[in-house]
Design a protein around this ligand. Structure first.
Ligand SMILES: [Zn+2]
Length: 316
């Protein structure tokens, strides 16, 4: 049993009008919580790490934890690099056993993004690894990447087609109104579904059948988790996410991968704060981390049923 790429997952997800959850991992409890939830729902899953999480976990621990998850669960699991900034980190992750990498060249000018993405696609494909790239700019904060709302640009459909043609990239992250981090919007969230549909039509017409689209910055920012954090000493103000119905709609269209990181962070922090506050005499980490694991698992199960629609995707 081994890690798989996202290729088959996305083919099935597109055809079945659902998407696969891509959850960011940082430690053992988070990995177990996500995979246990997927096991209960019989769902394939993508475990992803940013460069900073890769350094935090350290490659060997990360790889063995994820291998353990594959071995214990028997599920289709892909290991993906989230927001690779350059060729080097993509190469490092491919060597470390990742089955999928993202190269995010969205901050470069278009031609440079094409050239750099193509270089990574060629390298990865020669090693059986798939690549995700990004076109357009999302607002928000992710690791070291910060984009102000006015600096955000939606993905141009014609450019998306040209980009896929010229790079051979396996999936494309687009900007249609989602945003990174917990502070997504001042006003109401709005996703540009027409733009998503146009991108798919253009790709389809050019022979890219059922081409998988990726949504970043797609946490719902559960208001109960925010309230729990704040009730027990937190100071998370004005956090807001993407409504579940909008994400569900995107999943039923060409979106085959939905990234969720903030929601895991919030669930974990809420559980730890609550547990420590309610049991001030306790100091066994298994207590509060166990609570966190339980809550993350429940949250991920809800994502599978309410947002992704990927339950029983292992049977497809
Ligand atoms: Zn992202």
């Amino acid at each position: 049993m081994a890690l798989v790429t996202t290729k088959k997952m996305f083919e099935k997800a597109f055809a079945g009008n659902y998407s696969i959850g891509a959850f960011n991992i940082n430690n053992m409890e988070i990995v177990q919580a996500i995979v246990d939830a997927c096991k209960k729902q019989n769902s394939a899953v993508i475990l992803q790490v940013s460069k900073s999480a890769f350094n935090y976990m350290r490659p060997q621990y990360l790889k063995h934890l994820v291998d353990a998850a594959v071995e214990e669960s028997g599920l289709d699991i892909a290991l993906h690099l989230d927001h690779g900034a350059d060729f080097e980190i993509c190469k490092t992750c491919i060597e470390a056993g990742f089955t999928s990498v993202m190269f995010d060249g969205s901050h470069f000018d278009y031609e440079e993004n094409v050239a750099k993405t193509k270089e990574i696609v060629d390298y990865a494909h020669a090693r059986g690894v798939v690549v995700e790239a990004e076109l357009g700019k999302l607002a928000g904060v992710e690791d070291e990447v910060k984009v102000a709302a006015e600096g955000a640009t939606y993905t141009d459909p014609d450019q998306a087609l040209d980009f896929v043609k010229r790079t051979g990239v396996d999936s494309l992250a687009i900007a249609i109104g989602t945003s990174h981090g917990a502070y997504k919007f001042k006003g109401e969230a709005k996703l540009d579904f027409d733009r998503l549909a146009t991108i798919t039509e253009k790709l389809e017409a050019a022979g890219f059948h059922n081409y998988p689209i990726v949504l970043h910055g797609a946490s719902s920012v559960d208001q109960n988790a925010v309230a729990t954090c704040n009730e027990f000493g937190g100071q998370i103000k004005g956090a807001k996410g993407i409504p579940v119905e909008m994400l569900r709609k995107a999943s039923s269209m060409a979106v085959c991968k939905i990234n969720m990181d903030t929601d895991i962070r919030l669930a974990m922090t809420a559980a730890v704060r609550k547990s420590l506050a309610e049991k001030p005499e306790a100091f066994d980490p298994r207590g509060y981390l166990g609570e966190a694991r339980k809550d993350i698992e429940a949250m991920v199960e809800k994502k599978i049923t309410d947002v992704l629609g990927s339950a029983n995707s292992m049977n497809d």
